[in-house]
Design a protein around this ligand. Structure first.
Ligand code: HEM
Length: 460
């Protein structure tokens, strides 16, 4: 079979490059082949087609399940973290049903309840940070997003079990913090448990510790069911398949781990980038504050969510750093033509949001942070695509965007912050995502007083 626009280096080197420096890998390949190219980065010699042309993406992602399937088996990379029964691994009808079950937890009325929670957690977390001493925004944001998702998934907001989950997840995911250590996900032969001091051995033990906490919670809920609980675990426990069977403990564990993992890592990174850009360009921060101040002393979360400039800043953050570089793979089901190339059944294909968001024809001067783009023009769901699209579109997109806006608004309106690092931040691999390489070092220089309150104080 003839390869479409193949990247020309041996597959092992391609894979190393892809793991070590994905941005350079993608930017080099796209210079040669602007819209579509074949990367040899899966297994040894396996091909993955990267697409960044909006119309082609629309065809691939809206055709899910017909010409292009969205199977779970190809997401094996995440199996050690999420297990075999996560929504990410399911396919076909089971996948669709699982999505339908959990989606309401991240939309509509449930979202309104998260508003107050997000603000309280943000205030508490930021107020615990020392003033005039550097801290890493990525870590602070992770603390917030982890607490929010634990509350959404288990309805737990404090106590020993909540602390165990927070500590356990943070420690376990630390393994994938750098490109080198992310190799454990990409090279399965590195996944060797050589005792508690070996990296994979430590990961396996950390994972077991989290599993114990999750299974304990499941057992308690089974013995003492509470029909009034509205958290995701309660929802999953009340679900039944066609034969009337409830989900097994293993299925529940895998889904809970998925929500915990997918629900906080990405959002924490996006919020850290948002803090970075709003302080790298003080005029952006100033404009956000001006807009926020029009809402009065304590605005309700939905009014904050609807603010146009704040929305543009969050969109531009997700545009320039889409966090997830790629959609999950789709697989060609029947012979199909895409951008003039013939694709055979069985071909693996991904939407590359990183490269879509870097297209000069859509986003002139793409390396520059310009929120105004989103005020001046509307982008289609295949031009601005941080959450993917179609059958596997992100389940938590609304929660993530709500959280980004509320955390940014709460932090900026109460505190004066500054970047504590003169070097620009750069994106670096963190597991399967891109995150700020140095974690965005910042410092709190004081509390912020709203201009109106300043005037009132001056008058009295
Ligand atoms: C800024 C934050 C986030 C980003 C950038 C992001 C991005 C993505 C992307 C790109 C996908 C794959 C879409 C596709 O293949 O078409 C995805 C899937 C998914 N996301 Fe998110 N996500 C974020 C936050 C969240 C949150 C808060 C949750 C909450 C639980 C979540 C849960 C999931 C799940 C469960 C899937 C798998 C869906 C499936 O397999 O059907 N994500 N996300």
């Amino acid at each position: 079979m003839q390869l479409i626009n193949p990247v020309k280096s041996p597959s092992f080197f391609q894979k190393i490059q892809w793991v070590a420096n994905p941005v350079r890998y993608m930017e080099t390949a796209v210079k040669e082949y602007p819209d579509i190219f074949s990367a040899r980065i899966i297994g040894f010699g396996g091909n993955l087609i990267f697409v960044n042309h909006p119309q082609a993406l629309q065809e691939i992602l809206t055709n899910d399940r017909k010409k292009f399937a969205a199977p779970g088996g190809v997401n094996k990379l995440l199996q050690p973290l999420l297990g075999d029964y996560s929504v990410v691994m399911l396919e076909g009808d089971r996948h669709k049903k699982r999505r339908q079950l959990v989606m309401p937890s991240f939309h509509g009325e449930r979202m309104l309840n998260y508003g107050k929670l997000i603000r309280n957690i943000t205030e508490k977390t930021i107020s615990n940070l020392p003033h005039n001493q550097p801290f890493l925004a990525r870590n602070a944001m992770q603390e917030i997003s982890l607490q929010v998702i634990i509350e959404a998934v288990f309805g737990l907001h404090e106590g020993e079990r909540c602390q165990q989950l927070k500590r356990g997840l943070t420690t376990m995911l630390d393994l994938f913090r750098s490109p080198l250590s992310s190799s454990f996900l990409f090279f399965p032969w590195l996944q060797k448990d050589l005792g508690a001091w070996s990296p994979w051995g430590k990961f396996v033990r950390d994972r077991s510790a989290i599993d114990r906490v999750i299974y304990k919670e499941i057992a308690e809920r089974r013995s003492l069911p509470d029909p009034n609980r509205v958290d995701i675990l309660s929802l999953l426990m009340s679900a039944q398949d066609e034969e009337g069977n409830p989900m097994t403990d293993q299925e529940l564990r895998d889904e809970l781990m998925t929500m915990l993992f997918a629900g906080h890592e990405t959002t924490a990174t996006a919020m850290a980038w948002a803090l970075y850009w709003t302080h790298h360009h003080p005029e952006v921060r100033h404009k956000i504050l001006q807009e926020l101040d029009t809402l009065g002393e304590s605005p309700d979360p939905m009014s904050i969510f609807r603010l146009p400039y704040l929305t543009a800043v969050c969109n531009e953050t997700l545009r320039i750093h889409p966090v997830a570089m790629l959609t999950f793979p789709r697989v060609v089901r029947e012979p199909v033509e895409l951008l003039g190339h013939k694709l055979e059944p069985g071909t693996n294909i991904v939407g590359c949001m990183y490269l879509v968001h870097q297209r000069e024809d859509l986003y002139p001067q793409p390396k520059q942070f310009k929120p105004e783009r989103f005020l001046e023009r509307q982008f289609s769901p295949y031009e601005f695509i941080p959450f993917g699209a179609g059958a596997r579109r992100c389940i938590g997109d609304a929660l993530a965007q709500f959280e980004m806006k509320l955390v940014l608004a709460t932090t900026l309106s109460h505190y004066q912050l500054a970047l504590a690092d003169n070097q620009p931040e750069t994106p670096q691999r963190r597991g399967i995502t891109l995150a700020p390489a140095r974690g965005v070092k910042m410092v709190i220089t004081g509390e912020r007083v709203r201009p109106e309150s300043q005037l009132t104080m001056a008058r009295t």
